[in-house]
Ligand binder design. Sequence first.
Ligand SMILES: Nc1nc2c(c(=O)[nH]1)N[C@H]1C(S)=C(S)[C@@H](COP(=O)(O)O)O[C@H]1N2
Ligand SMILES: [Mo]
Length: 224
Amino acid sequence: MALPVGQRAIADFPRFGLPQYADRFPQTVDAISIEVSDVHGNAATISDELGKLEKITQISDFHCVTTWSHLQLKWGGYRFKDVLEKVIEPALGAPVNTKYAIFCGQDGYKNVLPLQDLLADDIMLATEIHDQPLSVAHGAPMRLIAPAHYGYKSVKHLKRIEFANDLSGLKTPRFLKFLFHPRGRVDLEERGEYVPGWALRYLYRPLIARTRKKFETAMARRRG
Ligand SMILES: Nc1nc2c(c(=O)[nH]1)N[C@H]1C(S)=C(S)[C@@H](COP(=O)(O)O)O[C@H]1N2
Ligand SMILES: [Mo]
């Protein structure tokens, strides 16, 4: 199968992200606890309720916006649509029909996807990779997996989901605004909102090696 435009396959699956998150790690990896909130002031915490959902696995490709792709990753966990309908909405006591969901990680990282996109069958809250619990490097204890969107949407170490009608809860630093896209679909090369996708390829590629190294070094230091 052909790779999406601008992407190149790599053999390993690096711990990766914005450099300022390389040294930040989750505080809790052995228990899942997700705060959810809507636009009506409803809020709840989700944990053991997930256990009653059907567990699914799926094999999908992972495409980082900086142009590396890792093909054929096997994820295990829950379908996001199931979690929304069977756990989140009952917990909030109201249907969710906001425009967006903002995902927040224990390391302070945040990103957003339109609610419509999140209802696709391949969007998961993953707790396993290749039949093993998620490692700290790859998002323990639970992460979003959105295979049709660039990797920066797949928030790791999930701790909060805010359903919202605007992006004011994101507070993206100004210098990152032009590297951000509210949707980030890989097929349409939505790398950023204001700069053409093909142009960002050339900006990002030279940064990959350094970023990988930074994340790897930070992880090794944490292990001690
Ligand atoms: N919490 C959190 N989630 C995150 C990031 C991060 O730094 N922190 N980086 C994002 C980016 S840019 C990418 S490409 C993927 C990388 O996932 P990996 O480290 O499992 O390869 O995680 C995404 N989700
Ligand atoms: Mo990324």
